[in-house]
Design a protein around this ligand. Sequence first.
Ligand code: GMT
Length: 379
Amino acid sequence: MNIGIVLYPTYGGSGVVATELGKGLAERGHHVHFISYARPMRLNEFHENISFHEVSFSAYPLFEYPPYDLALASQLVDIIRYQKLDLVHVHYAIPHATSAWLANQILAEDGKQVPFITTLHGTDITIVGSDPSYAPVVTFSINKSDGVTAVSNYLKEETNRRFNIEKEIAVIPNFIDLKRFRRTEKSHFKKALCPNGEKVLVHVSNFREVKRVRDTVEIFHRVLKAGIKAHLLLVGDGPDRQLVENRCRQLGICGNVRFLGKQEKVEDILSIADLFLIPSGSETFGLAALEAMSCSVPVISSDIGGLPELNLHGETGYLCSLGDVEAMGNYAVRLLSDEEEHSRFSRNARKRAEFFEIEKVVNQYESYYLEIMSRSEPE
Ligand code: GMT
């Protein structure tokens, strides 16, 4: 198949899922055309079956906000026509699904439209998409998609609850490359960061408010207060970074907290982790938690969104009510103090990650593509 994948080029979230899916499809012999305003972060190697199309848009002085959605639609028309795409798969509804629909309307003039699939990831539904400034367009664009998928049952239900959706939404979960994300020997690295054998807690996110990074600091503070020698490694960057650092200063724990910024090889950091913290206020799947689990790291998370579909309470980690840093702190202390429980949870976490193995999920997408294409064929 000749597949167009429209995505955000970001470090985490939908950008990573879309890029890894495209790479997986390319490995199977499909030709994949990535389409975005910048090179996707995880697209860092040449592959004969992969092309990248950068969407350029003119910044004419009249436009305070250059219309990216229109530029993307125009570029899609061109790519579908000249690269002879069989299918377009857009990740994150806004504005990608709308641009794909518009491109198809233009192509319909000469009977050249192709089926397009929209994968819903999270904030495109739960935060941004639900805002009245976007909701009617999101509803319309989902309903006009030839196929719609969501990354968890929770997201499917939320989408149906919040919008008037006429389409059947297929649930295809996020996935993990078990060979890349596995625990490897990194004792030199561990020694450099924790010379006295301290425990390592890790959080990875884009430091947006919804990630509640400050809660990770509160949880960590409780771990230190319980007398456990530990370090907290904060990976990523974003709007809340300064607030979080300020809180560490107030608590006097800066010496135990390292801000590592955006990192490419997260698996190296996860390989020395004893515990992963994800106390998010909204999370439709929790890809960062899956990456940790795949590296045999137990997870303490909030019990919201799609997290209970991934992190199993009392098996792979613990789930607590949103904002209950006291309970999260207690569970963290318990796991870090009980060696037997910790190693059992670590094994369970890896086992759970195996359920989301990349090949299985790429198979699911491939079958879904074929189903949508056959449904869209003219009778
Ligand atoms: O919030 C983010 O981390 C980014 C966002 C995105 O769409 O890029 O992530 C969402 O999609 C991820 C991949 O499907 C999910 O693992 C995240 O849970 C989801 N984030 C939220 O729902 C807040």
